[in-house]
Design a protein around this ligand. Structure first.
Ligand code: GAR
Length: 195
């Protein structure tokens, strides 16, 4: 069993999908730790309800990006983590962090990369931009994380149709239900099984 850490910033519905997949889709790894960069993240409640250890690492308390990343590394090492999953983790990690875990960090992004991705494209913004552009198909991507924002090797993608009358919120929900919540546990299993 590989030990997985899930890094979160907000609601944590993708964390919930991973928790719910344990023992069914997710068999080769288990979630050993949830780390938030925001003390109020509802994802922390989800972790506690599932009996998973939690940690909060705040950038402003660390003082710099470098110190923040060093603190994250320390917490991950304490728990002997094998795989890091970014599930709505709304901060960019620099090369000093990503290079310590080659092909050991996954991220879920709510579009079909290389569309609507990179710096500044996160959360609802991604769906606002997809609707503004007028694409008829969007989706979600799970990829390895390297030093290029949303630029690592793609592991899995799933397309989702845009419908008449979609708002960013409606589209976000459909992309989660039809793509992210299915894709992320499957990708985590695939990577754990191959480690
Ligand atoms: C998800 O849609 C995820 O793909 C997105 O934020 C949301 C988090 O929701 N991530 C990004 O935009 C990363 N660039 P959640 O907290 O309910 O899982």
């Amino acid at each position: 069993m590989k030990k997985i850490a899930v890094l979160v910033s907000g609601g944590g519905t993708n964390l919930q999908a991973l928790i719910d997949a344990q023992g069914s889709v997710l068999n080769s790894g288990r979630i050993a730790l949830v780390v938030a960069n925001n003390a109020n993240a509802y994802a922390l409640e989800r972790a506690k309800k599932a009996g998973i250890a939690t940690a909060v690492v705040l950038k402003k308390e660390c003082g710099s990006q470098k110190a923040f990343e060093e603190k994250l590394k320390e917490v991950l090492a304490e728990h002997e983590i094998d795989l890091i999953v970014l599930a709505g983790f709304m901060t960019i990690l620099t090369e000093s962090f990503t290079s310590a875990y080659p092909k050991r960090i996954l991220n879920v992004h709510p579009s079909l990369i290389p569309s609507f991705c990179g710096e500044g494209f996160y959360g609802l913004r991604v769906h606002e931009e997809a609707l503004r552009y007028g694409v008829k198909v969007t989706g979600a991507t799970v990829h390895f994380v390297n030093e290029i924002p949303d630029g690592g090797e793609i592991i899995a993608q799933k397309a989702v149709y845009i419908e008449e009358g979609d708002t960013p919120e409606i589209l976000q929900r459909r992309v989660m239900e039809q793509a992210e919540w299915l894709l992320l546990p499957m990708a985590a299993e695939k990577v754990c099984a191959s480690m």
